[in-house]
Design a binder for this molecule. Structure first.
Ligand SMILES: NC(=O)c1ccc[n+]([C@@H]2O[C@H](COP(=O)([O-])OP(=O)(O)OC[C@H]3O[C@@H](n4cnc5c(N)ncnc54)[C@H](OP(=O)(O)O)[C@@H]3O)[C@@H](O)[C@H]2O)c1
Length: 260
């Protein structure tokens, strides 16, 4: 029996992690490989030539890791990555999308008030945070098996919860995550028509010590700021135990539901 033989839902045969260059995506790839949670991992990232940490993992794990160039804001690249994937495998039983943007060097930053809102930043946030995971599903859902347990997990954020919004602000990030959540919920319904046993969920990882949250970590108590390794361990503990009835949930790092 292979070291990766499935015991209930505990391991996966082939996983695709999108947004794998750094942060939580990179930590997912690392843990999936190093803990034998996936037999083979495909890592989607924008610029493989600069993906040094991924390249190190590839050297350590050989054929178990394959790096796919793609950008979620370029449909052609998604289509080409899916074609490349097809030359390697016909099926994926784990698809995790970790892309996200909250701030960047070109002036995107979370709005404190209405007058900080501008169309360019709304477009950028929606393109990555909302449309990104949907387009990933559009191009890669055909790899999900018609029968048999498989998981689609989209990294969301509690601030995308409409019911939980008491502070306001962060218009673009909040609304793009709320839209992402609607897309994920829609997917959880439609994907079942072609992949009968899929479990499709949105995940809130908690506040994690990555580039995305760096400028906003002041005031976060140390015990509530998770290292990427800890965050991913907590999320994978949830992912490996998912059951059919979890389809369509929005789940936080502690296993509790987040209100939509
Ligand atoms: N960190 C937190 O505290 C926190 C809290 C709640 C939710 N989340 C969510 O968790 C997910 C992962 O966040 P993180 O903390 O790991 O962020 P991060 O360290 O800033 O990483 C963001 C990732 O998204 C990728 N990305 C951005 N635009 C892309 C595009 N057009 N195509 C492909 N990849 C793209 C980046 O690729 P490059 O390296 O090429 O730029 C990078 O791999 C996000 O969805 C985020 O919203 C994070």
């Amino acid at each position: 029996m292979s070291a990766f033989a499935k015991t209930e839902n505990k391991t996966f045969s082939r996983a695709l992690v999108v947004g794998a260059n750094r942060g939580l995506g990179l930590a997912f790839v690392e843990r999936l490989l190093e803990h034998g949670i996936a037999e083979q991992v495909f890592a989607g990232c924008r610029n493989p030539a600069n993906a040094h940490a991924l390249e190190e993992l590839r050297q350590a794990h050989g054929d178990r890791l394959h790096i796919l160039p793609l950008s979620v804001t370029c449909e052609d690249s998604l289509s080409e990555a899916a074609e490349e994937l097809e030359t390697k495998t016909k099926s994926l039983d784990l698809l995790i999308t970790c892309v996200g943007v909250l701030h960047d060097e070109d002036g995107l930053k979370p709005e404190r008030r209405l007058r900080d809102v501008n169309a360019a930043n709304l477009h950028k946030s929606f393109a990555v945070n909302a449309f990104g995971p949907l387009l990933v599903a559009r191009y890669f859902s055909r790899f999900l098996p018609r029968r048999g347990h498989c998981v689609v997990a989209n990294l969301s954020a509690r601030v995308g919860s409409i019911g939980d919004n008491r502070l306001g602000g962060w218009y673009a990030y909040r609304a793009s995550k709320a839209a992402q959540n609607m897309f994920t919920r829609n997917l959880s319904i439609e994907l079942r028509r072609s992949a009968r046993d899929v479990v499709c969920i949105a995940l809130h990882p908690g506040t994690c010590d990555t580039d995305l949250s760096k400028p906003f970590q002041r005031g976060v108590p140390a015990e509530k700021l998770f290292s990427p390794e800890r965050a991913v361990r907590q999320l994978l503990d949830i992912i490996v135990d998912l059951e059919s009835t979890d389809n369509g949930r929005f789940i936080a790092w502690d296993g509790r539901n987040v209100p939509w």
